[in-house]
Structures are given as C-alpha cells and as structure tokens.
Ligand binder design. Structure first.
Ligand code: FAD
Length: 375
C-alpha cells in the first residue's frame, strides 16, 4: 500500500513536497489554513492579472527553483529583465513569470491532483499527535470550530518553526532539538502595495537612502521592470520589517497605508494621495529570521519533517535570507530522503514476505529452499 503523507502548508515548500511525493506514488494530502494556496506567494487579482501581495522576483542563480519551473513546464513563461538597483544601473537580471508566480503555484497544484493528491483549505493544524501504531494524527480546526483528524504515515510541516513548536508540543522530541527549534527567532514584515497613476522613480529596487524613521526600508517599483501589464497603473511595493510587539503591527490597514504613503511622500514630494488607484496592506508574521541553526533540525522524529525556510541552511556563516531557491532545495532534499527511505523499507518488506515454493519437510538447512519474493 502507498505510504500516506500529510503536508501542512500550501506555500512553495508544501506544494513542492506535494508535487514530488505525489509523483513518486505517495498518498498526499495538503492542509492549508488560508482559503488560497501560495503562502508568501499569495496573489490578488487586479484587472485580468494576478499580482503577488508581497514583491517577488527570480534570479539567474536560483538553481533549484529554476529546475522546478522546468519540471512544472512553466520555465517558458519566465521573462528576464535588466533592473536598476539602489539608484545605480546594476543591470542585475531579474525574472518574472508573464502570468505572475500564480502559474507556478497552479502547475504544482495540478501535479499534486493529477497524481491523486488532495487539498484541504481553511483548516488550521492545532496539534500533531503520535498514534499507538506509530503513525501521526494531524488535528485541524475549521472556521466553524469543527475538528478534522488526518492520520498518515508521514507529516511534513512547512509553516514557521515557532508554529511547529506549538503544534508538536506533545511529541517526544529530544529536548536539545526542541530548544534549538525554539531558539530560532523571527521578524515580521508589513508590505503596502500601491498602484499609482504616475511613475515617481526609474529605480526598480531601493533600500539605500531610506531614513530609519520611515515605516518601510525597501521600495520595489514593480512596473518599472515588469511593465504596466494589465494592472491599470504603476505597481509600487513598500516593505518594512518590524516586531509583533511594535505598535504598527496592530494598527488597522488604513492607518498603515497612510503612514507608508507619508513616508513615500517624504522621498517623492510630488506624490499625491489622489494618484493612488488602489492599495493593499499585507502583514507577514514570519518573514525573516535571525540566524541559521547550528545543526540539522529538519527531522525531529522518524516520519516527521520540518521544511521551514528558517532551516534551509545550518552550520553556515552566511547571512540568513528567506528566499525561494533554498526553500525549494530543502523541499527536494527532504522528499529525496523520504522516497529513498520508503523504497528501502519496501524492499525490506518484500524480502521478509517470502513464500516457499519448493522444499522438503526438513527445510531447516539453507539451500534446501527456493524462495520467491511475494508480489
Ligand atoms: C517581503 C518578502 C519578499 C520576498 N521576496 C522574495 C524574492 O523576491 N525572491 C525570493 O526568492 N524569495 C523571496 N521571499 C521569500 C519567499 O517568499 C519564501 O522563501 C517562500 O515563499 C517560502 O515558502 P514556504 O512555503 O516555505 O512558506 P510560506 O509561503 O510561509 O508557506 C507556509 C504555509 O503554511 C501555512 N500554515 C502555517 N501554519 C499552518 C497551520 N498551523 N495550519 C495550516 N497551515 C499552516 C501558511 O498559511 C502558509 O500558506 C520574500 C519573502 C518576503 C517576506
């Protein structure tokens, strides 16, 4: 029988794991607390286009991610552009899908469902339990407070390590490992997406010369590079890091937008509020992390995997960065381990279920019997 896998989260990690494992013959179920897939790659519809709520682009060096786009047959939809960064003509190539990142999300979902996988949206995982027979019970709560249980052989958690610690609180995870997981700290981020009638800058990406007292630290003028497309205006993202204890985190969207716009106007005094055609504020609770953990924390128990961006690298002095490429590489790694382990187990099971087809009454001595693997 196929092994079953419960994947928690339908962001890039969860969808990559789902696509890889469903294709390899696992019985996959993906659980997502939001109503739509994508996680940080979630989109909003503007005119006939889908636009990410937080800015994303591809790089030529994104090896694992670009390989995934080829596997999912969407690499032909990537366009590469020269971009101007920090006010200098850096000619850094940045890539974007002609239809937005939603085409990657969709093709990953298609791969999962084509191979028999299922999705459950609007289900929040509150606990992962161990069953008496060594499997896992993923307990989910729906918006109407009904509870769903999903019992599977394997669980892959793709949310933050903080959330993992909460939902895995009852599992017999080694204390040192639990402490190391708890040591990972996150910063939040707030992105205000503005669609302006006008263009105020030629730069694609600006993080320099933004005063510290402004609520954002990055400006991404999306339309400067990827064109006006069907958005009906110039798309500008303003993104700032914060802590959830900062007062801005609990402000309402309209106040945040006004604060961000005031900051933007400080840099571009000609900007007028009446030039804004549309706006949207997105809060990301687990956006960045402090440091990579010193050891591999991706498999705290047999059959239980954590595929979180914060665990993409360990034992490295590199600056931690939340990026899609290492996220996909980690998902690939975890799936390769699961597939390899499962095929070894299958071989062991096949070897142990043997049927004697010839032999004498006294079959104790080796060589007297011929065996055939049970099929
Ligand atoms: C502002 C910003 C800009 C970025 N720009 C870029 C860029 O230009 N290029 C780049 O390479 N990378 C970029 N990144 C990083 C990129 O977005 C991430 O690396 C990638 O999307 C992570 O995917 P993920 O699936 O691991 O996590 P997520 O996208 O966070 O997905 C996790 C999913 O799990 C779900 N979930 C969590 N807990 C539960 C639960 N208890 N029950 C059910 N579901 C749950 C969540 O709802 C979510 O959908 C950016 C990140 C940010 C914050």
């Amino acid at each position: 029988m196929n092994k079953s896998v419960c994947i928690i989260g339908a962001g890039l990690s969860g969808l990559t794991c789902g696509a890889r494992l469903a294709k390899a013959g696992f019985d996959v179920i993906v659980i997502e607390e939001n109503t739509q897939p994508g996680g940080l790659l979630s989109v909003t519809r503007i005119g006939n286009e889908y636009l990410e709520l937080v800015p994303h682009h591809l790089r030529k060096s994104d090896k694992a991610l670009l390989a995934l786009t080829r596997d999912m047959k969407v690499s032909g939809k990537i366009e590469w552009f020269d971009s101007t960064w920090y006010g200098r003509a850096a000619h850094r190539k940045v890539g974007y899908f002609t239809e937005g990142f939603v085409c990657l999300t969709r093709s990953l979902m298609q791969e999962i469902t084509d191979n028999g996988g299922r999705f459950m949206f609007s289900e929040t995982v509150t606990e992962i339990q161990r069953t008496e027979d060594g499997r896992y019970n993923t307990v989910c709560i729906m918006s109407d407070s009904t509870v769903h249980n999903h019992v599977t052989d394997i669980v892959i958690f793709t949310g933050s390590t903080r959330t993992f610690s909460n939902v895995a609180h009852g599992l017999p995870i080694d204390m040192d490992m639990r402490d190391s997981i708890m040591d990972i700290t996150y910063t939040a981020s707030i992105t205000t997406l503005l669609i302006f009638k006008k263009k105020y800058s030629e730069v694609y990406y600006q993080s320099a010369n933004i005063p510290d007292d402004l609520p954002f630290s990055r400006i991404v003028n999306h339309s400067n590079v990827f064109g006006p497309r069907g958005y009906g205006g110039n798309v500008v993202y303003l993104t700032g890091e914060c802590l959830v204890s900062d007062p801005i985190w609990i402000e309402d969207d309209a106040t945040i937008m006004s604060d961000f716009f005031a900051g933007f106007r400080h840099l571009f005094p000609v900007a007028r509020k009446s030039d804004i055609k549309a706006w949207r504020v997105t809060k990301t609770r687990y956006a960045g992390f402090g440091k990579y953990p010193p050891q591999d924390l991706t498999c705290p128990l047999e059959g239980l995997y954590v595929c979180a961006s914060a665990l993409t690298k360990h034992a490295t002095t590199e600056e931690p960065a939340n990026r899609m490429d290492p996220t996909v590489a980690l998902a690939n790694d975890i799936c390769a381990k699961i597939i390899e382990k499962n095929s070894i187990e299958q071989d062991t099971i096949s070897d142990s279920i043997v049927t004697p087809i010839t032999g004498s009454e006294d079959a104790s001595s080796e060589g007297d019997l011929s065996y055939e693997k049970a099929r």
